[in-house]
Design a protein around this ligand. Structure first.
Ligand code: HAM
Length: 425
């Protein structure tokens, strides 16, 4: 047997660990995105991290990058073809259909979720193979107010975080009435351009995606491309106008972007993306739209729906770029420093009592000397240190030190919890 040196493991390429103190910002961002949707009647849904691969190939689209290049697909020992979820919409709709939520009579079914998603992408700043989204879906209703509601909730979430540098791009992709004629007109235009073989193939399978090609050489040729806005049917035009009016009435600014096509095939009518200009090429912090045909594509009844997903990782990057510090609650309010064995027992019991009373408390574990223990108290971010030795305890008191002002004085052991609670507010 050859002995190889054991090197420490690294997280896989395209992934990173969330560690304190930064992880607190992630939790706060998830919470801030979830708060507005909860207030709007969305219920929490959690689905498995993997699904039958066909759910995504049919739902997200056979020709999309997500399905053809980026899916973590595998066959189980039992021979089932599964994939780590690359997005949440298909799974959430699958779950709602499976549980017959749409038959309970209360449409739309409003659901929100938060979790990890996986795409085998080329990693770069803001683009990871494992990332985190918070999403919201409203299933089973066609109403411009519902599209507007979701967009307003997302804009409010960003605003509540203190972000100001984001923009909302808005478009309509038409429906099954007007999209086919537009698609044909676009194909005809694209076939006349000087494009490579892969892009030519894309023209035949999914011509709208060509509009999204980031290469300058392609973009230059797209100047005169037909735009969907000029091909919308009356019903789609009217619907889009209503969404725009409602956004304006709610004070949510948007930019019409007739070139906005999203990377997933299920969209119809309203599509939108939130972009942040400080993030470079991976500027989309969130996106979504209406997907009126998805339910039928995955074997369900007709259920027009709309939703979005906001990227948590990129929202955190946007906060950093804007220099926004979230007001995070202190991890520890009180740090207990015992001097001697008797004090260890008494203060350990006090820490338990404080926690049960709702005060965040920590303890100088590991038998540190006073100097080290006081350093730990400072580093913990606690507002107070509780210090006690045998002499204090004989008198039934501890020393309560305010680590901000430096003030210190005795407090009866039985009154520490109440005193601290009073002084923390
Ligand atoms: P999406 O645009 O693919 O839409 O993803 C939404 C957001 O997730 C993006 O705007 C971005 O912030 C974040 N994101 C996507 N891929 C990555 C990545 N590789 N690394 C970091 N962040 C990423 C959807 O997923 C749709 N399911 C949204 C939706 C919901 N449409 C209707 N309902």
């Amino acid at each position: 047997m050859t002995v190889t040196a054991v090197s420490t493991f690294q997280a896989p390429k395209g992934t990173y660990d969330l560690l304190p103190p930064d992880s607190a910002t992630f939790l706060a961002v998830r919470e801030a995105i979830a708060a507005p949707v909860r207030r709007a009647g969305y219920g929490y849904v959690e689905t498995p991290g993997f699904e039958h691969v066909e759910l995504f190939s049919r739902g997200v689209g056979e020709s999309t990058d997500i399905v053809t290049k980026e899916m973590y697909a595998f066959t189980t020992k039992g021979g089932t073809d599964l994939a780590l979820r690359p997005e949440g919409t298909a799974s959430v709709l699958r779950a709602a259909l499976q549980a017959n939520l749409h038959r309970a009579g209360n449409l739309p079914v409003k659901l929100w979720y938060s979790g990890s998603y996986y795409r085998y992408e080329n990693p770069q700043a803001g683009r990871y193979r494992h990332f985190s989204q918070v999403g919201a879906e409203a299933i089973g209703a066609e109403d411009p107010a519902l599209d507007a509601e979701l967009i307003i909730l997302a804009a409010d979430a960003y605003r509540s975080l203190g972000l100001t540098g984001f923009r909302l791009l808005l478009n309509s992709l038409g429906d099954k009435e007007c999209r086919p004629a537009y698609r044909a007109a676009l194909q005809e235009f694209l076939r006349g351009l000087d494009l490579d073989d892969d892009t030519r193939k894309r023209i035949e399978i999914n011509p709208l995606r060509v509009l999204d090609d980031k290469r300058e050489s392609v973009q230059r040729q797209l100047t005169g491309a037909p735009l969907i806005v000029d091909h919308l049917c009356e019903a789609c035009k009217e619907y889009h106008e209503r969404v725009r009016e409602l956004l304006t009435a709610a004070g949510v600014a948007y930019e019409d972007d007739p070139r906005l096509v999203r990377g997933l095939d299920y969209y119809t009518r309203t599509t939108f993306e939130f972009v942040h200009d400080a993030l470079g090429s991976q500027s989309a912090v969130g996106g979504g739209g209406r997907y009126d045909g998805l339910s039928e594509m995955i074997g369900g009844p007709s259920l027009p729906s709309v939703g979005w997903a906001l990227g948590v990782d990129r929202t955190v990057l946007a906060l950093k770029a804007e220099g926004v510090e979230l007001p995070l609650p202190a991890a520890t309010d009180v740090y207990a420093v015992p001097l001697g064995d008797q004090a260890r027992r008494t203060l350990f019991a006090l820490v338990t009592e404080l926690r049960r009373a709702g005060v965040a408390a920590d303890f100088a574990f590991g038998g540190k000397g006073i100097k080290n223990a006081m350093k730990s108290a400072d580093r913990s971010g606690a507002r107070f240190a509780v210090v006690a030795g045998d002499r204090d305890l004989a008198e039934g008191v501890v020393q309560l030190k305010d680590l901000v002002s430096g003030e210190q004085g005795p407090v009866a052991l039985s009154e520490v919890a109440d005193t601290v609670k009073e002084r923390l507010v």
